[in-house]
Design a protein around this ligand. Structure first.
Ligand code: UDP
Ligand code: MN
Length: 261
């Protein structure tokens, strides 16, 4: 069973690929028994693909503008949806029975293999609007039919936030009310703002945190790192916890940086 279940992430360029490398190492560190898969598009360089191949069980090329797919042709007129579209490729990994998608800007702190006991579509509430799920961490079942239906909805409705999260929340719209088992605990996708918006809860539940998600324009790799003192200094007003940023950078320096050019 375990061979047919995978953690899946995505990079469309070499910068996000660095996030994938840290994420993959964080999953190995907690001893996952599942496969690791990274989807890459044409913006990821050959040398970076080789780095990814040394860590992930499979590196899968996805083509944003694949003319052999009729749904894709319709999307050619909607360039705003191209990144959205790229994440949806995860539904095409039908060699797997169940998967967990993780954004490249997530960091796994504790083992989360229990997520494979959940059903599609399981995800944690979004801190900004808790009746929507955050699409940085979700459990899903690969299916070509679901993929086609998602693209069809993208063409007819578009995404209300311009990203994948808006469209996925339209598609899986019963998530908010239908089945509480599909609500992952917030500890499976702790977004960075939670650290300052509800600090007492952050302290109280700190030991339960399983996945940290560095949402927003500033990503862990943007902060300044001092290699002499081996510490990261967070940029102001990002809400990123120094502690988890430091953890991201520790993994980056120990496991990733040495093997890059
Ligand atoms: N992504 C990517 N290239 C981009 C933007 C996004 O590969 O230029 C992928 C990456 O896996 C990323 C995910 O899409 O984690 C979602 O984007 P992001 O994490 O930046 O959105 P946020 O979580 O901040 O809303
Ligand atoms: Mn993200």
């Amino acid at each position: 069973r375990e061979a047919r279940e995978a953690f899946v992430t995505l990079a469309t360029n070499d910068t996000y690929a660095l996030g994938c490398l840290v994420l993959g190492n964080s999953l190995r560190r907690v001893g996952t028994t599942r496969q690791l898969v990274v989807m890459v598009s044409e913006g990821v360089s050959e040398s970076m693909r080789q780095q990814l191949a040394g860590l992930f069980n499979q590196t899968i090329s996805v083509n944003v503008l694949d003319s052999s797919d009729t749904c894709n042709l319709e999307l050619l007129g909607r360039p705003d949806l191209s990144v959205t579209f790229t994440k949806f490729h995860c539904w095409r990994l039908t060699q797997f029975q169940k998967c967990v998608f993780l954004d490249a800007d997530t960091l796994v702190i504790r083992n989360i293999d229990d997520l494979f006991d959940r059903e599609e579509l399981s995800a944690a509430p979004d801190a900004g609007w808790p009746d929507c799920f955050n699409s940085g961490v979700f459990v899903y079942v690969p299916s070509d039919e679901t993929y086609r239906n998602l693209l069809a909805l993208a063409v007819t409705s578009g995404s209300f936030d311009g990203g994948d999260q808006g469209l996925l929340n339209l598609f899986f719209k019963s998530w908010a009310t239908e089945d509480i088992k599909k609500h992952l605990p917030f500890t499976y996708n702790v977004v960075s703002q939670a650290f300052y918006s509800y600090l007492p809860a952050f302290k109280q539940f700190y030991d339960d945190i399983k996945v940290v998600h560095f949402i927003g324009a500033v990503k862990p790799w943007h902060h300044s790192y001092n290699s002499a003192s081996r510490t990261v200094t967070p940029l102001p007003n990002t809400g990123h916890s120094q502690e988890f940023l430091q953890f991201w950078w520790d993994i980056f320096m120990d496991k990733v940086q040495q093997s890059l050019d």
